[in-house]
Design a protein around this ligand. Structure first.
Ligand SMILES: [Zn+2]
Length: 156
């Protein structure tokens, strides 16, 4: 109701705004390697030797351009995690993700930074900080971080 006592006009419509944007030179190379070769690439600072993942054009510590790509393999260490118990919409799919599931920080061998991703083990309660993890890739990859389904614990 407006102040004059009239009713509001409501117009319903479904807005569809598809768009694409450039991932940039560094992220494009990173995603292309992930899609085509199942390679997880980092980039090394020529001055301090830190290896960044995801790759970035410049080292924030040394302010120099990063140029040397490094194949980090598909194994790393679990640095922290949580087991998600509350269901919500997965922004990658728009669908509710089945619970429970693990989400954590993984430091790939040779990297100086960590990436966040889904994590799992034969039993989620077996997840522990310091565990060795291995990336599990999708069969059909699109060139996005979701080309990695999750990191799974390497258990004895
Ligand atoms: Zn540096």
């Amino acid at each position: 109701m407006s102040e004059q006592g009239g009713s509001l006009l409501i117009a319903e419509f479904n807005a569809n705004f598809p768009y694409d944007y450039s991932a940039g030179r560094y992220a494009s190379y990173f995603f292309k390697q992930l899609k085509e070769k199942k390679k997880i690439m980092g980039i090394r600072c020529p001055k301090c030797q830190r290896v960044f993942i995801p790759p970035r054009p410049a080292c924030g510590y040394c302010f120099v351009r990063n140029k040397e790509w490094v194949d980090l393999g598909d194994e790393g260490t679990l640095w922290g995690y949580t087991i998600v118990q509350f269901s919500f919409l997965d922004p990658l799919t728009g669908l509710e993700r089945p619970i429970p599931y693990g989400y954590g920080f993984i430091e790939l061998k040779g990297a100086s930074t960590r990436i966040q991703h889904f994590v799992t083990a034969s039993d989620l309660n077996k997840l522990r900080i310091g565990m060795r993890m291995k990336a599990v890739f999708r069969e059909e990859r699109k060139g996005s971080l979701s080309d990695i389904l999750y990191f799974k614990a390497i258990e004895d």
